[in-house]
Design a protein. Structure first.
Length: 265
């Protein structure tokens, strides 16, 4: 029942999708989550359609983990060893690339996949009168359809890593816009996240007997590229609606993901 054991993810293999991986002020939730896993000793694969951004983020996160370990004087066994990050780019809108991604991951990790973080997503803002048909195809495909495809294709790898005492984990990044009426008109996005929340529950029922958990995080506002315009336009209003009067931090979403991926979850 020690904290170090309950929340331990050291040595686990993790796949994180999407998340605006480039090194900029708005780094994206996927990048925040990946950094949390790498800092705590996991082996993380980053996937997104921008190969250069994936490679840059992977190099930076691995270097940060190594520097943190060296700077802490570790080696005494008091904490997790350095994690690592690796680029595995793919355009998740394209089913062929999703299939190729999983095949490559299986070749690289014959022992399987411990944690799948379905974070990749997109949005489309427009009022109800002008909302275009192509928005539904783009948003629902990436935010919902491909989440199912990737999870389904990863099941053999997840089962390979799973055990009764330490199940494999699927973590979906949802949104409060999937459980409330959003303040801006992003109809397809809100619908896709509502569907994702319910799909996670259905998957939990189906996959639990295989020792695979499925959970969804209903994230509020974070400083990401996707939310930048909204935060710049109404930052004070948004903060005043939140109990803590602040938007999310990397520690918030990384901590929740580490909890769900560990024995504590």
């Amino acid at each position: 029942m020690e904290v170090n054991n309950l929340f331990n993810v050291e040595g686990k293999v993790v796949l994180v999708t999407g998340g605006r991986l480039q090194t900029c002020r708005a780094k994206g939730i996927g990048r925040m989550i990946a950094q949390g896993f790498v800092a705590n000793g996991a082996k993380v694969y980053l996937t997104g359609r921008d190969a250069a951004a994936c490679s840059s983020a992977a190099s930076e996160l691995s270097a940060m983990a190594t520097a943190r370990l060296g700077g802490s004087g570790s080696g005494s066994g008091s904490g997790p060893g350095p994690g690592s990050a690796h680029a595995l780019p793919a355009n998740l809108q394209d089913l062929d690339q999703v299939q190729a991604l999983v095949r490559r991951l299986g070749e690289l990790e014959p022992r399987g996949l411990h944690v799948l973080v379905n974070n990749a997503g997109t949005t489309w803002g427009a009022d109800v009168d002008s909302y275009p048909d192509q928005a539904w195809n783009k948003v629902l495909t990436l935010n919902l359809h491909r989440v199912f495809n990737l999870t389904q294709l990863c099941l053999p790898l997840l089962q390979r890593a799973a055990s009764r005492d330490d199940p494999a984990r699927v973590i979906h990044i949802g949104s409060i816009d999937g459980i409330r009426v959003p303040p801006v008109s992003n109809i397809a996005y809100a619908a896709s996240k509502a569907g994702l929340h319910h799909m996670s529950s259905v998957l939990a029922k189906d996959l639990g007997p295989r020792h695979i958990t499925s959970n969804v995080l209903a994230c509020g506002p974070f400083a990401t590229k996707m939310t930048r315009v909204m935060l710049e336009a109404a930052a004070d209003t948004i903060r005043n609606e939140l109990p803590l009067r602040r938007i999310g931090t990397p520690e918030d979403v990384a901590g929740a993901s580490l909890f769900l991926a560990s024995r504590a979850g």
